[in-house]
Design a protein around this ligand. Structure first.
Ligand code: GLA
Length: 374
């Protein structure tokens, strides 16, 4: 039961034989917890539905910390789902490209799954060609997290925790991770990541929602994108950094002023799948990107404390997966803005460090803020 001031209602869902717990406060903020299925190891998985005072909805499961739905108003107030994903647990247990997932220990790639720390070479699980991607074979996107809902004055959310064991996927140190998802009454979906370790290790946590602000009516190529970055991380064919941070300088990589995603994508081999080096501002949180979908009028802004954002245009979606509302996920049907440190940082001494030591706390905050242009 959710122990928060307010009226707590238990609803028996007769048609599914499932127990649903609803948290309702006087001003109709809501957190609903319901069963979402059973994980392969027999653990019961939950789905949390958060609703804000404007009717915006976020659905989160403790399997992989996955955001399964985000209902956001268009310019006429129609609430529609702007993230790709599934409406049941089973497809999330199978192969999928990190839809909505909480990614760790290391979001993005580590070359050949190897790095050296204090003279010791570590070998990670290799799951992307010869490289390590998004935490390995069983990354945080496949972990069953402990989940606690909470309610604050202008927000409600879920706190997810897990302990990644020493040498899991090859990483040293027991890493204790806490991720707080919140939906605020300012129409923000916020993520705060924290982690502590008992051995020196790399950490780079991120979130992998695929956004489609048309709510799946078309692909994302007409979305207008602004990315607040003068430079991007140059990568080789395996998407491993060469070490060069190159100026965008009016090229197809330049989103300093807004451009539709599709206008120059043909000039970028494979499509956009690059880390942008965010321009620093005076505040701890910088505006990383602003996306406008012209037909619905939806706007999404991303703010972060991280030095980079991976802009990925769903280049590997190929129509083989069908998601919620029977939408077929074809190429470029969603884009990701994954706030993070740069790929392969443990092997790139010039990049901002991703190394966490005992006694330190890893922290990272990101806000996805929604509005409309009317
Ligand atoms: C990240 C990577 C992409 C791809 C997707 C998952 O965004 O940068 O290359 O691996 O995850 O399909």
């Amino acid at each position: 039961m959710i122990l928060i001031a307010g009226l707590v209602i238990f609803v028996a869902c007769k048609n599914r034989g499932l127990k649903k717990e609803t948290e309702k406060t006087e001003d109709k903020m809501e957190i609903v917890k319901e069963p979402f299925g059973i994980a392969p190891d027999g653990q019961e998985i939950d789905l949390f539905t958060l609703t804000n005072s404007n009717g915006m909805v976020a659905k989160i499961t403790n399997f992989g910390g996955i955001v399964t739905s985000l209902l956001v108003p268009d310019k006429d107030g129609n609430m529609e789902d702007v993230v790709l994903g599934f409406d049941s647990l089973q497809p999330y247990l199978e192969e999928h490209p990190y839809f909505g997932a909480l990614v760790g220990r290391y979001g993005n790639r580590i070359a050949k799954g190897k790095f050296t720390l204090n003279g010791i070479e570590y070998t990670l699980a290799v799951n992307n060609g010869e490289n390590h991607l998004h935490g390995g074979l069983v990354g945080f996107d496949k972990v069953v997290w402990s989940a606690e809902p909470f309610q604050g004055d202008d927000r409600r959310g879920v706190i997810l925790t897990c302990v990644s064991q020493d040498m899991e996927e090859g990483y040293p140190g027991n890493l204790t991770v806490k991720v707080t998802y919140s939906l605020t009454d300012q129409d923000e979906f916020t993520i705060v990541y924290e982690a502590v370790t008992d051995k020196v290790c790399p950490v780079n946590l991120t979130h992998h929602s695929y956004f489609n602000l048309t709510a799946g009516k078309s692909d994302i190529l007409d979305h207008e994108m602004m990315i607040n970055a003068d430079r991007f991380v140059v990568v080789d064919e395996g998407l491993i950094p060469t070490g060069e941070l190159r100026g965008v300088d009016g090229s197809a990589m330049d989103f300093l002023s807004p451009h539709s995603i599709g206008s120059r994508i043909d000039q970028v081999s494979g499509g956009y799948d690059h880390t942008y080096v965010l321009n620093e501002g005076d505040d701890e949180m910088v505006l990383a990107a602003r996306v406008i979908e012209p037909v619905s009028g939806r706007i999404m802004e991303v703010y972060t404390t991280e030095p980079g954002v991976q802009f990925y245009t769903g280049n590997f979606l190929d129509g083989s997966l069908t998601g919620k509302n029977s939408v077929v996920y074809s190429k470029h049907y969603g884009f990701c803005l994954e706030t993070q440190h740069f790929p392969d940082s443990p092997n790139q001494p010039e990049f901002p460090t991703t190394i966490l030591s005992p006694g330190e706390t890893y922290t990272h905050s990101t806000i996805y803020r929604f509005s409309t242009n009317q």
